[in-house]
Design a protein around this ligand. Sequence first.
Ligand code: R5P
Length: 274
Amino acid sequence: MDWGMRNRMGRMFRAPSGNSVMLAVDHGYFMGPTRKLENIRATVAPLLPHADVVGLTRGVLRACVPPESTTPILLRVSGGVTVLQEDLSDEAITTSMHDAARLNVSAVALSVFVGAPHEHQSLVNLSKLVDDGEDAGIPVMAITAVGKELEKRDARYLALACRVSAEIGAHIVKTYYCDGFSKVVEGCPVPIVVAGGPKLDSDRAVLELAHGAVAAGARGLDMGRNIWQSEHPVPMLKALRAIVHDKATVRDGLDILEGEKARGARPLAAASPA
Ligand code: R5P
């Protein structure tokens, strides 16, 4: 791996743990103004200092993130279809590597849709992006997307999708947590981070997901809704950081969350825009 690529990976997967808590706020690229992400500038501003990386599109980056920000950027570069379509797999590359380099991003991300109608297209998108990323020294994250078929998220399917992504050259893979997750990690020779998926029922469930993923070998999280749809997103991020970076238990995480709430961390709705 060349110096630039290694430097970018090191900024995202931070020493001493070598893990990462990435904040995903790219949902609008196909979902529009999702709940609690309607005013994305107001949502992101208070969270940015607490995330190792922020994942978003170039439009939101240019419009909503101050260029002085030091949080590494994971740039979503695939899209072209919205939730109004039944088949979400018909994606293309929507942002060039040249623009990604101009934006000084730490990595680019695209979705791959294994087993979906546009599987081939999405995997070829990945291969081209990896070629461009290798040229530019910019790591590529493959996101094993399932579109509307959330029930696809089992170890057999995810292990296949992650391994195929790594074989094509992805430097990082983002996938879902599942029963038997260690098999997914075992079969994937590059770092895996885990998405949160739709909002879970309790704080404990979110922390259990994070703890289970890291215990099974994930290198961290790339999580969205279970952070910014939480009533207390900053405390939630702090609790997740303790689990991902400091080997905290779920109980430790809950204590951090409760402690932060008691100290009066403002709910997101009360946070002021940047
Ligand atoms: C889809 O919009 C993106 O890949 C998200 O970044 C990913 O699903 C992570 O967000 P969440 O934790 O909300 O699933």
